[in-house]
Design a binder for this molecule. Sequence first.
Ligand SMILES: CCCCCCC/C=C/C(=O)SCCNC(=O)CCNC(=O)[C@H](O)C(C)(C)COP(=O)(O)OP(=O)(O)OC[C@H]1O[C@@H](n2cnc3c(N)ncnc32)[C@H](O)[C@@H]1OP(=O)(O)O
Ligand SMILES: NC(=O)C1=CN([C@@H]2O[C@H](COP(=O)(O)OP(=O)(O)OC[C@H]3O[C@@H](n4cnc5c(N)ncnc54)[C@H](OP(=O)(O)O)[C@@H]3O)[C@@H](O)[C@H]2O)C=CC1
Length: 265
Amino acid sequence: MHEAEFDVSGKTAIVTGASQGIGESIAKTLAAGGADVAICSRSMDRVGPVAEEINDAASTGDALAVECNVRERDQVQNLVDETVDEFGDIDVLVNNAGGEFVAPFEEISANGWQTIVDLNLNSTVHCTQLAGEVMREGDGGTIINLSSVNGQHAAPGESHYGASKAAIIRLTETLAVEWAEHDIRVNCVAPGLIQTPGVAETLGIDSEDMPPREQAERRIGHPEEIADVVQFLVSPAASFMNGETVTVKGVPRAGNSMSQDLGLE
Ligand SMILES: CCCCCCC/C=C/C(=O)SCCNC(=O)CCNC(=O)[C@H](O)C(C)(C)COP(=O)(O)OP(=O)(O)OC[C@H]1O[C@@H](n2cnc3c(N)ncnc32)[C@H](O)[C@@H]1OP(=O)(O)O
Ligand SMILES: NC(=O)C1=CN([C@@H]2O[C@H](COP(=O)(O)OP(=O)(O)OC[C@H]3O[C@@H](n4cnc5c(N)ncnc54)[C@H](OP(=O)(O)O)[C@@H]3O)[C@@H](O)[C@H]2O)C=CC1
């Protein structure tokens, strides 16, 4: 008999942008599975309590909170160094920190464009190069990048965000090829609309009564529905997956369903 291998215990994972939303859920899920997690955000006041909650829970891995703006390469180097000092190695990197504002292309200033590309794409480059160095010098590892369905399909008001998230998909594919010789798998998750504080702030969507995960009908997603897929991709169960982008968006519909739902097209 073959038993599926979803175990992540004993691994050390960095999860960026873990003070709330999808990143917080990924960190808690991996820790509940027995992984040690180094979690960051731009504010210790925001990410510290998430680490405390993990450390206070019974039978989880340990958590280390680090203040780090992933747009700043020297701060990312500090995140990597603190993680290695605390846990000895890095097995997993989850490039989750990201964000956007919605604006027509012609209204995005040079600085506005740079801000979103730095936040989504260049931060992923910094974290992947610096944590990847530790993985390549060690026993390899696995990297999960957060793209978006808007990196796969066009959506009005999302030119900067879509371009940065599309680039992450191609970066994932390229690194999977380049770093296979170092036993590093690189995969990507492209979420549909997920209820998080960031979505509430940016898009004004706030579901007080979230439909349950059992509901197959069209609905907004729970952060845990992304975290569970990330745990699968990190685990040995996904050992033959490399360079893939897994779309996680509930029931499919033709066109860019999210922007239709939001009345943007
Ligand atoms: C079709 C829709 C489908 C829905 C898709 C849903 C996909 C979900 C995607 C997500 O990522 S959800 C989670 C998102 N979370 C967030 O986005 C967090 C909220 N946003 C922010 O915190 C900030 O907006 C930011 C993106 C992090 C930028 O903040 P920062 O403080 O670094 O930048 P600023 O100094 O404020 O601005 C820099 C630059 O950008 C211009 N800008 C900012 N907002 C807008 C705007 N709404 N419209 C046009 N331009 C904007 C700002 O003016 C600055 O440029 P300059 O003025 O200096 O030229
Ligand atoms: N929610 C959705 O519908 C979708 C989300 N995604 C992607 O999933 C990821 C998570 O999204 P979501 O949970 O909704 O986002 P949220 O805005 O709710 O959370 C973002 C997290 O990232 C942190 N963060 C933001 N900027 C930085 C930075 N420069 N350095 C370090 N940390 C930072 C924030 O912490 P702090 O403010 O404390 O620094 C926070 O913990 C993003 O990459 C997003 O693009 C993709 C598709 C859909």
